[in-house]
Design a protein around this ligand. Structure first.
Ligand SMILES: [Zn+2]
Length: 262
């Protein structure tokens, strides 16, 4: 466990980072790692001199198993209210299963092939030992951070998934961003998968507009905003030649038809 800023701790769990934030009424946990991460997280809670009962809020940044994996166990063992964006709720509850989004990078395409092999929900659940759990509240409820006594905001930052959210802590100006970006070779870059690249760009801007001191990703080290490196992706221009050819074809077809008619 590492203190990122005053009262904000990075707790590496199985396959992803989780974060503990000190609040007036106890602790806020952001993300839960892959299944089987609960012991590691509760150990970190204990090392802060707290009990599982002190965890008042468990915020899931998005639907992927490396973030929601230990949510069921931690909801059971702590006093944390389980919260995610409404769009992610059915995935956490196991009624919808993640379909790998349109991948744009080479590694993303390879990973998609690998994931495609395990296609049925039950098979996947067995494979990752995921225990579905009901989310208590949607992240846009205004009272959620008040209940935990945390001065901050839950920001909707879609892109990686439709219901991705980030936590911004006002006091330390820390942004915990899930998989909005990931740290790779000392830079904050786009994740391997994005459901919507345009949304990713505007979500990153939304976070930068809050003037954070440090960004805490789900994968890799927390870094300052000056390390953000994302490629601008412009929509491909429409090929006008194709359209012209079609026009010509239609014109000649019209001529042929009129010739036949006469
Ligand atoms: Zn993810």
């Amino acid at each position: 466990m590492l203190e990122i800023a005053e009262g904000v701790y990075r707790v590496p769990a199985r396959a992803a980072n989780t974060y503990l934030v000190e609040a007036d009424n106890g602790l806020v946990l952001v993300d839960t790692g892959m299944p089987g991460s609960e012991k590691r997280i509760l150990k970190a809670v204990a090392s802060l001199g707290r009990t599982p009962h002190d965890v008042k809020l468990i915020l899931l940044t998005h639907r992927h198993w490396d973030h929601i994996g230990s949510a069921a166990a931690l909801k059971k063992e702590t006093s944390g209210m389980l919260v995610s964006h409404g769009f992610e709720k059915p995935y956490v509850a196991g009624t919808l299963v993640v379909i790998t989004p349109r991948a744009w990078s080479l590694y993303g395409r390879i990973a998609r092939r690998v994931f495609a092999v395990a296609s049925s929900t039950a098979k996947l659940f067995r494979l990752v030992k995921y225990h579905p759990v009901l989310v208590d509240e949607a992240s846009d409820e205004e009272s959620i951070l008040d209940n935990a006594g945390l001065d901050g905001s839950i920001v909707w930052t879609p892109g990686h998934t439709k219901g991705s959210v980030s936590l911004f802590v006002n006091k330390s100006r820390v942004a915990i961003i899930g998989d909005l970006l990931r740290t790779k070779r000392g830079k904050l870059r786009e994740p391997l998968f994005m459901e919507n690249t345009t949304q990713t760009m505007s979500s990153v801007q939304r976070i930068l507009d809050l003037h954070p001191v440090i960004l805490c990703p789900g994968h890799g080290k927390p870094l300052p905003p000056s390390k953000v490196r994302i490629k601008e992706r412009k929509a491909k221009p429409v090929k006008m030649e194709t359209k012209k050819e079609e026009d010509v074809d239609l014109e000649s077809l019209a001529k042929d038809l009129s010739a036949e008619a006469s």
